[in-house]
Design a protein around this ligand. Structure first.
Ligand code: CA
Length: 369
């Protein structure tokens, strides 16, 4: 079996929308015509990752055996490590790896979770991840939370998404919103708070104590992601679970977080190593007794890849992430994953279990230069 062709393209979900809002996809064709699809981190439309794939990876991969995906992953990582390994290179490796796993599943006639050793569950609860609360009033936050509760999430995470250069911007307001959401959802409903790197150490301790009093489940990315040892110190200092890792692009980076003291890590399958990378993280977390709760904001290919891995984990301690509604990003797929009564059902079709609508792909695809 050989890789015969690799396609790289962005998808413009809505005509004329800003390039940085586009999705970034790869399709890898085997020489028998079977095709696998992958997705890169959508930062700035994923264009930097697609460009790396097109010019620095794809030419090397024509003729390679697609079943050698882990060898390919490590070969490409080490060939291009000085372009990264963080950020755009991570997204490129992830997209390629996800496509090769989808292809492998189709070639072998098995869903990805079977190739990973089986699923502990095929029905996955999710948490509603709600962004942009930093700029909302308390009342506006409550209205959005009410709306998302209708999907029957098993938990809710409120994200603050503040301007990244401002720290401790509105701690009193953040606490007021957390309190209001707790009151709305009731004492026992699982809640999480995502600071999006918005605090100093002192601000994070104040916020963390407030979240402890409110019975929040976890406190996500309180500090800048690159302050790894401080994140570890904070995690050891607070009682609430402090999480980090969505901006960590290597297994070694995840190991650094765990070694620093972070007990819940959140690598993202479209940013760090794809399915191969996330499975390595799963082993790392299992060995260290750390929780692996992957970050995931892409509603189709990335979400399915993530769910196949999540389903195969021994300790799936938290629900999978479901970002703000984005049905428009379903348009190129005939069977995008949707929750039924609060649960995602893992597809049983070979590969990831997602099919494209070619007419929609053709209409919306933008080639990578
Ligand atoms: Ca986050």
């Amino acid at each position: 079996m050989k890789i015969a062709k690799i396609e790289l393209f962005q998808i413009e979900w809505v005509p004329g929308e800003a390039p940085e809002k586009r999705g970034a996809f790869i399709r890898v064709y085997a020489d028998d015509g079977t095709v696998g699809i992958g997705e890169a981190s959508p930062m700035q439309g994923g264009l930097a990752s697609l460009t790396i794939l097109k010019h620095h990876m794809a030419p090397d991969l024509i003729g390679a055996d697609p079943l050698d995906h882990a060898v390919i992953h490590d070969r490409m990582l080490h060939k291009l490590v000085k372009l990264g390994p963080e950020g755009a290179l991570g997204g490129a490796l992830a997209a390629l790896d996800i496509a090769l796993w989808d292809l492998k599943g189709k070639l072998l006639g098995q869903p990805v979770c079977k190739l990973l050793g089986g699923a502990w569950t095929t029905k996955l609860p999710f948490y509603a991840s709600i962004g942009n609360n930093g700029v909302r009033t308390v009342d506006e936050v409550l209205r959005v939370v009410e709306q998302r509760l209708k999907d029957k999430p098993s938990a809710i995470k409120i994200r603050f998404d503040n301007e990244r250069t401002k720290l401790d911007h509105d701690i009193a307001g953040d606490i007021a919103k957390a309190k209001a959401v707790r009151k709305l959802c009731g004492d026992d409903f699982p809640l999480a708070f995502d600071a999006n790197n918005g605090f100093t150490m002192g601000g994070a301790i104040r916020m963390g104590r407030a979240l402890e009093d409110l019975g929040f489940w976890w406190f996500e990315e309180p500090l800048q992601h690159y302050h790894v040892s401080e994140l570890g110190s904070l995690a050891r200092h607070l009682d609430i679970t402090v999480s980090a890792g969505e901006q960590t692009y290597t297994t070694a980076g995840v190991a650094d977080l765990i070694n620093a003291g972070v007990r819940m890590v959140q690598p993202d399958i479209v940013k760090m190593g794809g399915i191969t990378g996330l499975m390595r993280c799963a082993a790392l977390c299992q060995a260290h007794g750390a929780e692996l709760v992957p970050h995931q904001t892409q509603p189709t290919v990335g979400h399915l890849a993530n769910m196949h891995v999540a389903a195969s984990q021994l300790h799936g301690t938290k629900p999978v992430e479901l970002d703000d509604p984005s049905a428009r990003r379903h348009v190129i797929f005939s069977n995008p994953p949707k929750p039924i009564d609060g649960l995602f059902h893992l597809p049983t079709a070979p590969g990831l279990g997602i099919e494209t609508i070619e007419a929609e792909v053709s209409k919306r695809r933008i080639e990578v230069a």
